[in-house]
Design a protein around this ligand. Structure first.
Ligand SMILES: [Cu+2]
Length: 84
């Protein structure tokens, strides 16, 4: 169904929100990977970028599918703290 495919691509380009989260406790590439994989597993999340030097996690997501609170919980469940 090519029409469905086009519709899904359009939909994923819409309603996007990007948030920068200050995350404490990440110290190595293992931490980066843990945060990336847990956040990107959430529905509606399409970009997860982690800067270890800046303690910054940038998340691009569709707010109709997930919330900032869910993203925070996913990071905190991995053992890191999200600074407000
Ligand atoms: Cu680590």
């Amino acid at each position: 169904m090519p029409d469905d495919g086009i519709f899904q691509i359009k939909e994923s380009l819409m309603a996007k929100e990007t948030q920068n989260l200050n995350v404490q406790g990440m110290s190595c590439q293992h931490c980066v990977h843990a945060v990336k994989s847990s956040v990107s597993a959430l529905a509606g999340v399409d970009i997860v970028d982690v800067s270890l030097e800046k303690n910054l996690v940038t998340v691009g997501f569709d707010p109709s599918k997930t919330s900032l609170q869910s993203i925070r919980s996913a990071i905190e469940d991995e053992g890191y703290s999200v600074v407000q």
